[in-house]
Design a protein around this ligand. Structure first.
Ligand code: SF4
Length: 335
């Protein structure tokens, strides 16, 4: 007896999800998975935002997640975004387009059929209006391959929908800023843990943005490490090129030391508790003395007498006796 010929198995459709870990991205993944589509999550890391939320959420819904560190490429985009900044230094349109482009490259590499995102039409007036959604997808180079499952019925049909890879009828028509529909969907799907949608990107933070503007205007060739340093301590402008970073607490001191690596000069108090101070490259003796005097100001040393600090520059260690800077000078130099 011969075996009956086996029927051809329908090919599994694969998709790549741009996955922030916010509720909308979780729901977008689940809506597509309900159609039997195999989804690979992708998220990004830079000094401006981490992948923590995405990692936690991916674990919750058992989503395979690829974390891509694209700090250098992203930083070059932040320096000169084609579509400009939002309220602070957040170039959301260019940033989304870059993420989509990266996700598109992964889609091609995996032989997946499309990219999906949790974007909701009209949820953020600037970056999620119809025109912005179009511009973002177009600039990614994958206009026809970007599916927004939560708002798809309100947007033009895409190639994977026409090709029958994803069933348009089973996609949704959510729009606007309200969260009720999404919260109800989460409850129906048993998704109980999710974070507030906003937050997590330093480029939307006013104080951080001020520091970043100062860095870009004084050091256009700044690197991801210079940006990382903006997260810690108090920052003081020493001259056009050089800055001093003074730790505010033990955690700051550890982070500054970790980030400084070679290149930065480190100043430490001798005999009194005090902050670690890092001086960026290019300083002269006068700048070094100013930075040392700021270190003394924020230490427990007396403010009316010279005290000793140690200075470590590359492999060279030396000492310097210096009095504290005045609070007025510190205020004037504060970035
Ligand atoms: S908020 Fe930050 S991470 Fe999100 S799109 Fe805007 S710049 Fe990019």
């Amino acid at each position: 007896m011969t075996n009956p010929p086996s029927l051809p198995q329908p090919e599994t459709v694969r998709a790549v999800a741009l996955f922030s870990g916010g509720l909308d991205s979780i729901l977008a993944v689940q809506v597509v998975r309900l159609q039997g589509i195999d989804v690979q999550g992708v998220t990004f890391e830079t000094p401006f935002f981490s992948a923590r939320k995405a990692r936690d959420a991916a674990r919750q819904i058992d989503l395979p997640l690829r974390v891509v560190d694209f700090a250098d490429e992203h930083l070059e985009m932040v320096k000169a975004p084609r579509y400009g900044y939002g309220k602070n230094m957040n170039p959301c349109i260019d940033c989304h387009a870059l993420m989509l482009r990266k996700a598109g490259e992964i889609m091609e590499e995996m032989g997946a059929a499309f990219i999906l995102t949790g974007e909701v039409l009209g949820q953020r007036p600037m970056s999620q209006g119809k025109q912005s959604l179009y511009v973002v997808a177009k600039n990614s180079g994958y206009l026809e391959r970007v599916v927004r499952p939560l708002s798809a019925l309100l947007l033009p049909e895409t190639a994977p929908e026409r090709e029958g890879k994803v069933d348009r009828e089973r996609l949704l028509a959510i729009q606007g800023r309200g969260r009720k529909t999404q919260m109800q969907m989460a409850a129906d799907m048993g998704i109980t843990r999710y974070e507030a949608p906003a937050g997590g990107c330093l480029l939307t933070d006013a104080m951080f943005s001020r520091r970043l503007r100062d860095l870009f205007s004084h050091l256009p060739g700044c690197t991801a490490r210079d940006v990382e340093m903006l997260k810690y301590g108090r920052h003081f402008r020493i001259d056009e090129q050089v800055k001093a970073v003074v730790g505010r607490n033990h955690q700051d001191n550890l982070a500054i030391e970790r980030t400084a690596g070679d290149g930065y000069t480190l100043i430490r108090m001798v005999g009194y508790p005090g902050p670690l101070t890092a001086l960026s490259p290019g300083w002269n003796e006068e700048g070094l003395r100013t930075a040392a005097s700021l270190c003394v100001l924020y230490s427990d040393a007396p403010k009316d007498l010279p005290v000793t600090v140690n200075i470590l520059s590359g492999m060279t260690l030396r000492s310097l006796d210096i009095a504290a800077a005045s609070p007025d000078e510190a205020a004037r130099r504060l970035v």
